[in-house]
Design a protein. Structure first.
Length: 134
């Protein structure tokens, strides 16, 4: 297996740890890095070259997760980002995909959907959780 790492960017520690655990259990990644704030995330992405990032929308600082995703995709077109959010409004979903995200999963979705979104993103496919497809 190639050396691939993943990142979690989520400001609530217990949620970040849970998402990290899901990533570790997929066996797709040799390392999982968790960041509780987005400060310096662009530099961390350049340093670690992650394959995939699970990104929250609501983060401390001047940029939200969608804006950070858009910035990251400008210089890392192969990066796979899945947005995980409590927001289920269509405007957020459209913005996330326009920014380059490969997936959008609400925080009320089951873990099985997060796993499916990860697999789809790694296969360069788009995923929208079932809650938002209904």
């Amino acid at each position: 297996m190639p050396d691939r790492c993943a990142m979690v960017v989520e400001d609530y520690n217990i949620i970040a740890q849970a998402w990290g655990s899901v990533l570790q259990k997929t066996e797709h990644f040799t390392g999982v890095h968790i960041y509780l704030d987005p400060y310096g995330i662009e530099e961390k992405v350049l340093e670690l070259k992650p394959t995939l990032i699970l990104m929250d929308i609501n983060l401390p600082g001047s940029k939200n997760g969608i804006e950070i995703t858009k910035d990251l995709m400008l210089s890392n077109s192969e990066l796979k980002v899945i947005i995980l959010s409590m927001h289920n409004e269509p405007a957020f979903v459209r913005s996330a995909f326009a920014a380059g995200a490969k997936g959008y999963v609400t925080k009320s979705s089951p873990i099985s959907e997060l796993r499916l979104a990860i697999n789809k993103a790694l296969n360069n496919e788009i995923y929208l959780c079932q809650e938002l497809c209904a």
